[in-house]
Design a protein around this ligand. Structure first.
Ligand code: SAM
Length: 285
């Protein structure tokens, strides 16, 4: 190295999205967003160093916390070893078998036909690098959950809560809103975390109440349809849908559901998208 040259050190990028919450009032606000959890099972995603885990362990009937980091999960297991209502699972929230954790247990009395366990509540200051994947997985398993409270990057929160026609409305908004009511609760600056992220963060609450039946659509097919509608962001609905549907059938379905071909999926409320989906489905019978 030439004499006098300095070594450029870039700030260390935290692994696994580890920006730990460093504000006690914020931790309390997030936990309170879950409502009364004294009789509830709570799933915490990424407890980290336990910023909200302590509160949850004290307030909930049962806490299951899933942490991918081996060292952190071992520390948490030690810390909560005397609290029988707390279970720390070392694992990847994208891979653990949610059916095994929350579903009926074979051989137990709980497998009876009438078995309907109280749905759990989910909470997490999410690792931002996999926010969408985690959220889509939680929504896929929504039958096990009643409320989801997550801290996400503010821009993602804006998208989740946006209504149709707004700039931020997209596939993530439509999918989340298919499964429940989305509320953007409050925003925290980077300084509330250690190390601070580059972005602001917002807490979002999703109260699960699927609209699949009310919209008269079948879940998997409608999700696939939404993906197609939002396929190419800047394309019109017509251009996105004609890659999959016959043009005459598409023209007829658009007319039947009163949707203009030149509109973009972003402008259509879920009810109208569902009407178009049904018109296409029924037209092909
Ligand atoms: N809840 C803590 C807090 O608020 O201070 C930590 C939040 S930090 C933003 C995200 C946490 O998720 C980290 O502890 C990280 O190790 C963990 N994590 C990252 N990827 C994960 C995954 N795939 N499954 C479970 N935990 C994960």
């Amino acid at each position: 190295m030439p004499k006098g040259a300095t070594v450029q050190t870039s700030p260390r990028k935290p692994k696994l999205g580890q920006h730990f919450l460093a504000s006690e009032p914020a931790a309390l606000r997030i936990v309170e967003a879950l409502g009364d959890i004294s009789q509830a099972t709570v799933l915490e995603i990424g407890p980290g160093r336990g910023a909200i885990t302590d509160l949850l362990a004290r307030k909930s009937r049962r806490l299951i916390a899933v942490e991918l980091d081996r060292v952190l999960s071992a520390q948490l297991r030690m810390k909560f070893s005397m609290q029988p209502n707390v279970e720390i699972i070392e694992g990847d929230i994208l891979k653990i078998e949610l059916d095994t954790v929350f579903g009926a247990k074979p051989g137990s009395l709980r497998t009876g036909l009438n078995f309907a366990p109280e749905p759990a509540r989910v909470i997490g200051n999410l690792p931002y690098y996999i926010t969408s994947d985690i959220l889509l997985r939680l929504l896929e398993y929504h039958r096990y959950f009643s409320t989801i409270v997550i801290m996400v990057q503010k821009e993602v929160a804006d998208r989740l809560a946006a209504s149709a026609g707004r700039r931020d409305y997209g596939l993530l908004s439509a999918t989340a809103q298919l499964y429940g009511r989305v509320e953007q609760l409050f925003t925290l600056p980077p300084g509330a975390f250690s190390p601070p992220p580059k972005v602001h963060s917002s807490v979002v609450r999703i109260t699960i109440k699927p609209r699949v039946e009310a919209l008269r659509v079948s879940e998997a097919e409608f999700i696939a349809f939404l993906k197609l509608c939002f396929g190419q962001k800047r394309k019109t609905l017509w251009n996105n849908l004609k890659t999959r549907y016959d043009e005459d059938a598409l023209r007829a379905a658009l007319a039947k559901s009163g949707v203009k071909p030149a509109i973009r999926a972003e402008a259509l409320p879920l009810e109208r998208t569902a009407a178009l989906f049904r018109a296409l489905r029924d037209g092909s019978l």
